[in-house]
Design a protein around this ligand. Structure first.
Ligand code: ACO
Length: 334
């Protein structure tokens, strides 16, 4: 019998500490008004010093497991998307999260696709399940972006926040519950739009890295903005067309939460109403791979998401990478 992949649950973790725009006004030459006008961000949450990406990922994952009703022992793959792993080389953050959750002796690995990480993971989980290799997959998007942000650079430090989101993707024989479609792509031509130059094989960790602040994120903001609007819009048009759907058929459009102006431009050009578009960028900022699952968790916790509701995910990030996904929420809702 054919085996399909269904999203059974969602969970998220938001660190306690809030970094508001007025806090940033005291750190760099910026204003609350400028940040809100250019990005829509009012505040973002920042992990505590002792709190790692895996700590946040494990908390989000715990909630996703609990809400799925699936026993921990039945999880057969753990995947984590992050560009701010606990350790830059090894072990993977997925291995550390597995250990923290006491899910050992199952395959676990990380992927790096920046803000597109969670939707990339969905495509991997779908393939593993449809091929019959796995039955219950824990996917996690977790970021401690504050660990790679230069808090003296006003062009980047206002944008990013920390957090984590997770979901359980399980096998089902019921096609109605299954992930409908995923489109994912990349173009390394634009690799220098978003980059942390060190540490890595190009620039191994050394004094130069520290002197030149190569360990912090660098971004071509304006160029990224333009390409984001174009790609995010095109992505949605293509996935809707190839599934014979209209924008009006989608109750929940969940775009990557990078900038309100990007989300508004994409939503408007697709004719989406305010009610369709999920917005969390004002309170969390850009949390990279955690942004999409944190946004889904928001509509889950507010009771807006109902069982079987169709979601359209749309994301874009460093690489450059981009991806969209159409899927119903196949878990129990509030
Ligand atoms: N406060 C005040 N002024 C600022 C600030 C700030 N925080 N940051 C920049 N400025 C200034 C600039 O210096 C510039 O001044 P100038 O005109 O005197 O030179 C002016 O504001 C305009 O700067 P721009 O960079 O052109 O501003 P823009 O409108 O493009 O907004 C922003 C900048 C918010 C970064 C925008 O370009 C953006 O959101 N880009 C996309 C980022 C993104 O989506 N990333 C997604 C992927 S993230 C990932 O994958 C991890």
């Amino acid at each position: 019998m054919a085996q399909y992949a269904a999203m059974r649950s969602i969970g998220a973790y938001v660190p306690k500490k809030v970094l508001s725009n007025s806090d940033l006004e005291k750190m760099v030459d910026t204003t609350d008004e400028w940040i809100i006008k250019r990005t829509g961000i009012k505040e973002r949450h920042i992990a505590a010093k002792h709190e790692s990406t895996s700590d946040m990922g494990a908390k989000a994952a715990s909630l996703a497991i609990e809400r799925s009703g699936i026993a921990k022992e039945d999880i057969d793959l753990v995947l984590c998307a992050t560009v701010t792993p606990d350790y830059f080389n090894m072990p993977s953050t997925a291995c550390i999260i597995s250990k923290k959750l006491d899910i050992t002796n199952v395959q676990a690995f990380d992927i790096s696709a920046a803000c597109s990480g969670f939707v990339y993971l969905l495509s991997i989980a779908k393939a593993f399940i449809e091929s019959g290799m796995k039955k219950n997959i824990l996917i996690i998007g977790a970021e401690k972006f504050s660990s790679i942000v230069d808090y003296t650079d006003r062009a980047t430090c206002i944008l990013f926040g920390d957090g984590a989101g997770a979901a359980i993707i399980s096998a089902t024989s019921d096609k109605k519950e299954s992930i409908v479609d995923i489109h994912a792509s990349a173009d390394g031509t634009y690799a220098d739009f978003l980059v942390t130059p060190a540490p890595g094989s190009v620039n191994p960790a050394n004094q130069k890295m520290l002197d030149e602040k190569l360990n912090f994120v660098q971004m071509k903001g304006n160029e990224t903005f333009k390409l984001a609007v174009k790609t995010l819009t095109q992505d949605v048009i293509e996935i809707l067309e190839s599934n014979n759907l209209q924008a009006s058929d989608i109750p929940h459009f969940v775009p990557h939460q990078a900038n309100y102006r990007i989300i508004k431009a994409v939503g408007d050009s697709l004719g989406m109403t305010k009610e369709q578009v999920v917005l969390t960028v004002d309170k969390y900022g850009n949390t990279s791979a955690a942004s999409i699952p944190m946004a889904i968790n928001d509509i889950y916790e507010s009771g807006r998401l109902k069982e079987g509701d169709l979601m359209l995910l749309d994301t874009f990030g460093g690489g450059l990478t981009w991806a969209s996904a159409l899927l119903p929420f196949a878990g129990k809702t509030k």
